[in-house]
Design a protein around this ligand. Structure first.
Ligand code: NAD
Length: 249
């Protein structure tokens, strides 16, 4: 694996062993970032993404951690300090969706689980990141169009967690702007990833694609492009805002 140079930017992407996170990891690596690839438990999947990056000449280190647990997040950032001594970009991508149900059927434990994975993780990682970032640092939070629709009859818990992420994005952006750190978000619509198969409703994207003005679901790489733009110098006057990456939905 090539060693990172003093001037190479470093990005941490959470939940990046598959889906949107994996697409981000590859795109940042293609653009010469050293990638810290966080994953929860699927080491083989994470290693496959790492191998794709290193085979293409990029630098990728794997960081196993449950990002909803403070001690694991602290250890992960300590490992970034030890290996790189800098952090330029954080992409809070890790998230879960549970099966569809009506509001009255959402259990307290499910609501807490969704919040721990989707919101507490974002809070913990943002707090660690801004302590380390200098001017030019960027955070991109992967929210959802659900934060605007509320997802009635399906996933109000998930939508609420993404709404919380949006507020955190706006507030933190204003708080750290004077330090030259930018904080933005993307709101994917219906994207072809395993999230729907493993948590929500398999086949959901195809079932609903006629409602999408662009008449198709999105690919993870299309979300990664928006995330990369928000983390790049090309968006240097953009903070505290969101790109709806939803095909017009
Ligand atoms: P995905 O299920 O493929 O990816 C989510 C990743 O997060 C998985 O790799 C999972 O292991 C990881 N993860 C979950 N809990 C974790 C934890 N505690 N610690 C570390 N990693 C953890 O789905 P995806 O579609 O690629 O989702 C990425 C993000 O995009 C999520 O935040 C999701 O809410 C958001 N999103 C997806 C869609 C869509 O249609 N796929 C739409 C809107 C928003």
């Amino acid at each position: 694996m090539p060693a990172n140079t003093e001037h190479q930017k470093v990005t941490l992407i959470t939940g990046a062993s598959r889906g949107i996170g994996a697409a981000c990891a590859k795109l940042f690596a293609e653009n010469d970032y050293a990638v810290c690839l966080n994953y929860l438990s699927n080491t083989a999947a994470a290693e496959r993404v790492q191998a794709e990056i290193t085979d293409a000449g990029g630098l990728c280190v794997l960081m196993q951690a449950d990002v909803s647990i403070a001690a694991e997040v602290q250890a992960m950032f300590a490992s970034i300090d030890a290996q790189f001594g800098r952090l330029d970009v954080l992409v809070n991508n890790a998230g879960i969706l549970e099966t569809q149900c009506r509001f009255s059927e959402i259990t307290e434990s499910r609501f807490r689980r969704i919040f721990e994975t989707n919101v507490i993780s974002c809070f913990l990682c943002c707090q660690q990141a801004v302590q380390r970032m200098s001017s030019g640092g960027c955070i991109v939070n992967v929210s959802s169009m659900a934060s605007k629709t509320g997802s009635p009859n399906e996933y109000i818990d998930y939508a609420t967690s993404k709404g919380a992420m949006d507020s955190l994005t706006i507030g933190l952006a204003k708080e750290v702007a004077a330090e030259g750190i930018r904080v933005n978000g993307v709101r994917p619509g219906l994207i072809y990833t395993d999230m729907h198969a493993s948590g929500g409703e398999p086949g959901r994207v195809d079932r609903l694609k006629e409602r999408i003005p662009l008449q198709r679901g999105g690919q993870p790489s299309e979300i990664a492009e928006a995330i990369y733009w928000l983390a790049s110098e090309n968006s240097s006057f953009v903070t505290g805002t969101f790109i709806d990456t939803s095909g017009g939905l």
